[in-house]
Design a protein around this ligand. Structure first.
Ligand code: F6R
Length: 248
């Protein structure tokens, strides 16, 4: 029998959400300094990483023994491009804390054999002992990682095409060129293998996706709904994403 300890935590502001998520990461790493973290990018995560950098500077957390695996990386883009998720992670977190960058991994999105690169990423995660805590944002269309609507529930790390909605939503991160149209992403199955998951959503643009993700069982048109079958998910939401009125 699956005993679920999934829970929904609702905060009045995005800042309070970010602080609570950062506090969870700090707790996980304090309890297990060699934790393997699954990391995400996107605007929702920026205040989370800012809070972690502050916590590091105050001596509340050390990443020196942590290993990390990011969810996804754009194809068609060199890792040095400022819009790549490697550059983004360096700028937001890795360059400011004591993590050993040789233990920070992102999927290899530009290789000539994407199937092999995807399988290798899965092997690397397994060799690291699996993911202790996976951070997730959610797309307006219900995607997690870059598993767009229609992704198989048992999908693993692979090359995918991005939906128009995702290209539109992420255009704000690219001043000099269009958003890459494809990316390498962990699959829904990869994400579901993490021991614990923290899904983070803020703002009214996520209300509908959160609604569909949290009720009615798995629907392929909302990949995040697969998380209903994972017993250890904490949904960190602000009142807007949760669809509640903010108290006056
Ligand atoms: C990023 C990722 C995406 C984002 C999602 C939300 O690594 O995997 O699933 O988490 O698109 O992005 P924001 O936070 O920019 O709304």
């Amino acid at each position: 029998m699956l005993v679920s300890s999934s829970q929904r935590l609702i905060f009045s502001t995005p800042e309070a959400v970010a602080n609570a998520v950062a506090d969870l990461i700090i707790k996980v790493v304090q309890e297990k300094p060699s934790a393997t973290l699954g990391l995400a990018t996107g605007g929702t995560m920026e205040p989370v990483y800012a809070r972690l950098v502050t916590a590091f500077k105050h001596g509340e957390i050390s990443f020196s023994a942590v290993t990390s695996f990011n969810l996804d990386e754009y194809a068609e883009l060199p890792p040095e491009h400022p819009g790549s998720y490697r550059s983004t992670m360096n700028a937001l977190l890795f360059d400011h804390v004591d993590i050993d960058k040789s233990r920070t991994f992102l999927p290899e999105a530009n290789g000539s054999e994407p199937d092999k690169s995807g399988a290798r990423y899965e092997d690397m995660i397994a060799a690291a002992g699996g993911i202790d805590l996976q951070l997730l944002g959610i797309g307006r269309n219900g995607h997690i990682g870059f598993n767009e609507p229609g992704s198989a529930r048992d999908s693993r790390t692979r090359l995918v095409n991005l939906h128009t909605d995702t290209l539109e939503a992420n255009a704000r991160f690219f001043a000099d060129r269009p958003v890459p149209r494809s990316a390498m992403t962990m699959g829904i199955g990869t994400i579901m293998s993490a021991r614990k998951i923290a899904l983070v959503a803020t703002g009214a643009s996520k209300t509908d996706a959160i609604h569909r993700a949290t009720q009615g069982g798995f629907q392929a048109d909302c990949p995040a709904s697969a998380l209903q079958d994972h017993g250890q998910v904490t949904w960190f939401l602000d009142t807007a994403a949760a669809g509640l009125q903010r108290a006056a």
